[in-house]
Design a protein. Structure first.
Length: 530
């Protein structure tokens, strides 16, 4: 059976993946009427047509369901804790299919340490995740919380399509996705990293000294960071025959949040999601232990490095390569943090739809800011690019493109002073013209901050030398001030933060680390085969 939302090729793909399902999964839709319900019935029925291992039925679900657009997943006739409210198309289609396969017995692909932590939660937890089907960051959160529901029967997770539940969005004042609620109370919102969810759950519901998992054997190289630099370093290290572990809060890093990439040599055009998937697939070709969704708390300066993770696990390693990248830089002006999720945003792709036909400002005139303005120009009423310098410093091709958009205005030589709000929503930004010193106010409904990146190096203070910008100081071979610790990518003082450069720096750091091990470690007592 075909559906306008699912073509024959997708149904064949579902059939292929479902061939290994061990448990029968039932999609149970709440009874009732809604003008979109027929579309949802057709959508779910089409999925079920792919295999007899997936069934569809309608029932009165009571308090489990939000209404006639809500359906739950049962595995062997038992509620899995996973539900969807809306039609999970777009980026959330994969979330639904993965949930079905995982409820059917597929590998969760979640670190055993994290699974152990989640299984120990005794309290009843009900997650609600408000998403936009155009948000490329939402699926990671949805998919992880669905896994939590499978691991622990005390946890449930409902994915809510904000586009179909506008009244609820307005009632809760949501202006950013994903917006995660825990037991009907705000939990996290906007650019949510899964590691932050785990950390908050651990602090609120768990008090563990150490995880109940077997420790890894002594590693030769431990790479911290899952972006282009980190994955490159891990692959190059593994090719040397070394014992390698990669620790990442999020695979892909900032690349995963990038929409269009047109400067990867030999690849004319790709997206951050596609590139992240390709890098991850390449990494999986090698024997690398991956610990995703975990933060590094500290690194010892001993000869054998001890790396403490947020889960409580300790990894011992002969050397370390730091590739933690960078995160969005904040304005650090009044009203920014106070209005996060209520008009202040950092991801135009995720949160842009909430500002349809509204007036917004993009702060930052570099590539990120100008690209954000171009993306938003098809959604919002008007955009004002605000740049601190006398002129935009984006690539000329982007500057030329932005000047052709009639709804984009440009203000240069501007210093933002405060983001103001009315009734809990952003209403204006106050600024000063740097040349005239004149104070002015711009009325807007939202602010997208795009002023560059700040290195993720806070946990390294006192471990390696950092410069005034917080960047890790390295030499031409990627060596830091601490013997046995190397670094690469956007977290370092290497100029020009580019994907291609990060990949090359990752390879260089791995080769340098391998040379260090070969030179400094007694070959009689190591597993090296360089």
């Amino acid at each position: 059976m075909n559906s306008p939302l699912i073509n024959d090729n997708l149904i064949k793909t579902i059939k292929s993946y479902a061939s290994n399902m061990q448990n029968k999964v039932t999609l149970v839709l709440q009874k009732g009427s809604h003008n979109k319900r027929a579309d949802l019935v057709e959508f779910l029925t089409a999925i079920c047509s792919a295999t007899t291992m997936i069934e569809f039925e309608e029932d009165d679900l009571g308090v489990i369901a939000r209404g006639p657009l809500s359906f739950i997943l049962k595995s062997n006739n038992e509620f899995t804790g996973i539900s969807f409210s809306g039609i999970p198309g777009g980026h959330e289609f994969n979330s639904l299919i993965l949930a079905i396969l995982q409820c059917g017995g597929a590998d969760l692909k979640l670190d055993k340490t994290i699974q152990d932590l989640i299984s120990k939660i005794d309290d009843e937890i009900k997650f609600q995740v408000f998403v936009s089907l155009s948000c490329q960051n939402c699926p990671e959160v949805v998919q992880t919380l669905n896994k939590f529901s499978i691991i622990n029967k005390n946890i449930s997770s409902e994915t809510i399509d904000g586009g179909l539940f506008q009244e609820l969005i307005s009632e809760r004042g949501i202006q950013a996705v994903p917006s995660v609620y825990l037991n009907d109370e705000p939990f996290l919102t906007g650019r949510v990293d899964v590691s932050k969810i785990i950390e908050k759950l651990k602090a609120q519901y768990l008090n563990l000294q150490s995880p109940d998992v077997d420790s890894l054997p002594l590693q030769d190289i431990t790479v911290i960071g899952g972006g282009p630099a980190g994955i490159s370093a891990a692959i190059y290290s593994a090719r040397k025959g070394l014992k390698v572990t990669l620790i990442a809060e999020k695979m892909g890093g900032q690349v995963a949040e990038t929409l269009d990439i047109e400067n990867m040599i030999s690849v004319s055009s790709t997206t951050g999601v596609e590139l992240t998937k390709s890098m991850h697939n390449h990494l999986s070709d090698y024997d690398v232990t991956v610990k995703e969704h975990q933060q590094v708390i500290q690194i010892s300066k001993s000869a054998t490095k001890k790396i403490e993770l947020s889960s409580g696990e300790i990894i011992e390693s002969r050397s370390v390569i730091i590739a933690t990248g960078a995160n969005w830089k904040e304005l650090n002006i009044p009203g920014e943090k106070e209005n996060l999720g209520n008009g202040v945003a950092y991801c135009p792709h995720c949160d842009g739809p909430f500002f349809k036909n509204k007036d917004v400002a993009v702060i930052g005139g570099g590539n990120s800011g100008v690209e954000a303005a171009l993306d938003l120009s098809t959604i919002v009423n008007s955009i004002t690019i605000i740049e601190f310098l006398p002129k935009l410093n984006a690539d000329q091709i982007l500057v030329d493109r932005v000047k052709t958009r009639k709804n984009i205005n440009i203000l240069c030589g501007i210093e933002c002073k405060e983001i103001l709000s009315t009734d809990g929503k952003v209403s204006s930004v106050s600024y000063i013209e740097r040349e005239t010193k004149q104070a002015k106010t711009l009325k807007i409904d939202g602010v997208f901050v795009q002023i560059g990146l700040i290195p993720n190096s806070q946990f390294l203070k006192g471990v390696v030398a950092l410069n005034e910008y917080g960047e890790i100081i390295i030499d031409d071979k990627g060596r830091t001030s601490e013997t046995g610790i190397f670094a690469c990518g956007d977290a370092t003082n290497v100029p020009y933060k580019q994907i291609s450069i990060s990949m090359g720096e990752g390879a260089k750091a791995a080769i340098t680390a391998a040379e260090f091990l070969q030179t400094h470690i007694d070959k009689q007592s190591t597993s090296l085969s360089i």
